[in-house]
Design a protein around this ligand. Sequence first.
Ligand code: ADP
Ligand code: ZN
Length: 617
Amino acid sequence: MEKKQNQRPQQSWLNWNTFFWVMLLLLIINSFVYPKFGQPTVKDTDYATFISYVDHGKVNKVVVKDDIIYFTVGKEQFKTVEVDDPQLSDRLLKAKSPNKSGRIEFTKTLPQKNSPLLDFIIWWILPALIFFGLWQWGAKRMMKGGAGGGGFLSLGKSGAKVYAERDVKTTFADVAGQDEAKETLKEIVDFLHNPKKYTRLGAKLPKGALLVGPPGTGKTLIARAVAGEAHVPFFSISGSAFVQMFVGMGAAKVRDLFQQAQQKAPCIIFIDEIDAIGKSRDQAMGNDEREQTLNQLLTEMDGFDATKGLVILAATNRPETLDKALLRPGRFDRRIIMELPDLEGRKAILQVHLKDVKHSDIDLDKVGRATAGSSGADIANIVNEAALRAVRLNKNEIDTDDLLESVETVIAGEQKKGAVISPEEKRIISYHEIGHAMVAACQSHSAPVEKITIVPRTSGALGYTMQVDAGEKHLMSKEEMLNRIATLTGGRAAEEVMCHTVTTGASNDIEKATQLAREMITIYGMSDKYGMMQLEEVRNRYLGGNTSLTCSAETARDIDKEVARIIHEAHEKATRIITEHKAEMDAATAILLKKETITGEEFMKVLEDNSPEPVAE
Ligand code: ADP
Ligand code: ZN
């Protein structure tokens, strides 16, 4: 993520663009100095032919110029290279000619030589002047800022994307869910519409608001929507664009941006990835360029007149790294949280994106549940994948199946066609997946199994069991977490019990189970020994959440032991469940092997049909 900073100062004018134009100019100059274009064609001949023409009295005119002999025979023009021939003059004087005078017109012109001074000016001074002029001009543009787009010469353009979009079509209707965010931003829209209403009472509106949330939750989208709703220009720039530029340019660009924006006010400035410049200044690895840029931003934010209707929106997914000065009142003092959408939110986002495609009646609830944990951008992607799939299958509309299949594509990768898996391997994979499903189904608190498949995926998964929570989950109890861990170990347990082997297929399960068990102890306070003591600190909450231990090495060892114990117990439980349901395991695996994919209902039916007693514990 971290962009390379502290770049060598580049000379902005020395680029291909400039080179091209200078070369073109030189070419034009050249063509004026040697105007050879547009002359009648002159045929090349050898000297002997020339002499033979002269001797036969056919030549009208001879001109010797720059060691080349031009001569005309009738209407035709010829040329030949002058040979050191002392008798040439004699010959020409004596020769006959079709001319009236009976003589050949015969002249020699002096080589037209430029004076050395002129040559020098044309070839050295002029290009240098042109070059210098272009440079000056570019530099001036750079100072004024390239905002407003590049001209025909993109000299001195910093590469930062700053342009004002005048007619933003996005509105709040395009942003599904995120109702709290919209509520807060509506005030800003209202302010942009009618600043006087607020200033009349002396109310100060926020100059800036910070949109915080994981990637793809629609931060950019909602910022555009504010501009669209308020019918004001939308300036958009990415924070990283400020710092990857030439040294000293970041601050200039900020100055520029605000100057431009103030002219166009009311308007909105949107700074994406503000953490790229707004990083806390006291962090170990200082970066002068970034600090200068940040300071300039702070100055500008303090300086501008908010009553004109200039609002700055910034987006970040790492709010904790931001410099405190940025968050002070009068700067980005409002924080708008954009969370990952919940079930209702996902359904709403689905609807928004389904509007753009042809689709049949979609089971929104089913797709919504299957996309748990997805961001708005993921869902947009899923709808697009579904459309692609429908096209591939020559369908007229997208249906629920396309969407569900593309959910899997986005989550697990494309189905891998033609992967050769031996029957024995297939058998083990089937038992493994049925093992997960069996353990999940036999624990009353586990989510029902949605689908089991042994179709390999390009992501490397050889098969998988898709579990979908019935409703939206916000809390998970300790018991549920333990059950989930048991379900994760179910695959390996099935391999052991049913196939008497262990395979590498469980690596992903192991990773997930270990992580869950660890979180139970260190983050959720679910261990008996340490209780509610925080043992691990979560950083980057909106970017996957790195954690770091906050306890002593001794405690860390204890945690490891505890994690091992939890997983071991879960594994034993899973083994017990599978041993008790061997008959159902065999039956379900046989069906899975035949069909490759079975639904949760089909699986539960096999369970019921083959179970001697009711399934639930
Ligand atoms: P962010 O800036 O938070 O990373 P974006 O605003 O760039 O995310 O979102 C990327 C895309 O995801 C949007 O263009 C839109 O298609 C889709 N999207 C994200 N959130 C929503 C939402 N709440 N409603 C509709 N579409 C959304
Ligand atoms: Zn597994």
